[in-house]
Design a protein around this ligand. Sequence first.
Ligand SMILES: C[S@@+](CC[C@H](N)C(=O)[O-])C[C@H]1O[C@@H](n2cnc3c(N)ncnc32)[C@H](O)[C@@H]1O
Length: 230
Amino acid sequence: MTDRNRAYHGLAGETFAARAEAPGLNSLHERPAVVALIGDAAGQDVADLGCGAGHLAAILSSAGASVTGVEGSEVLAGIAREAAPAATIVRHDLDTPLDFLADESQDGVVCALVIHHLSDRPRFLSEVRRILRPGGWLVLSSTHPTADWRYFGGSYYDERWVTRSFGEATMEYQLMTMGTLLNEVADAGFVLERLVEPQPAEALRAVDAEKYERLNSAPIFVALRARAVG
Ligand SMILES: C[S@@+](CC[C@H](N)C(=O)[O-])C[C@H]1O[C@@H](n2cnc3c(N)ncnc32)[C@H](O)[C@@H]1O
């Protein structure tokens, strides 16, 4: 594991877990969009790659899926084990092969807000394709390329690594254009089924009216559902 993907380790992992639990951007905005894209996963084998504090793993397990959560941060893997006791949580660096998951062993893969942190997205996506059964689904979310562009400035096409503060910690991730994200998914052997640029739910207005208004005029997340082909 490189320094680059240690952003959610230690105290930063605890900070993320608390934020992801509290009513706000994760729980009331991004996560519902991802859950809606997944739909009914009862009876399915699902890998939650970069499972964080286990929120999605818990939701999917409760809905009857057999979930393998994969997480690089020891702190978050521990929290996920408590949050989703029915899931199998594996501590593993997603920048390395998913050797513990067999070819065509999964019906679905969810990867929420993780891919922009990874050093070799094409290699990661080919691993995702490998572990999925033919026709299996991938639900992926990331920061929205235009939101990053508005925040960091410069050229939209400059796919550089950036640093952003996160509580007392900082995290690094790589900017990408929308074309890069969609083409990398396509190149890995997927066809796009749905792409959403979530608008805020009413529930967010009561928690943070200013954020609600901002999200109503421009997206900060993108989420997609794709199907494994070939
Ligand atoms: C923004 S959090 C999202 C967590 C979770 N998917 C969710 O939606 O709540 C990003 C997660 O990706 C994990 N992550 C980032 N790079 C990783 C890597 N190389 N290997 C394993 N996990 C990684 C982080 O530890 C963190 O839990």
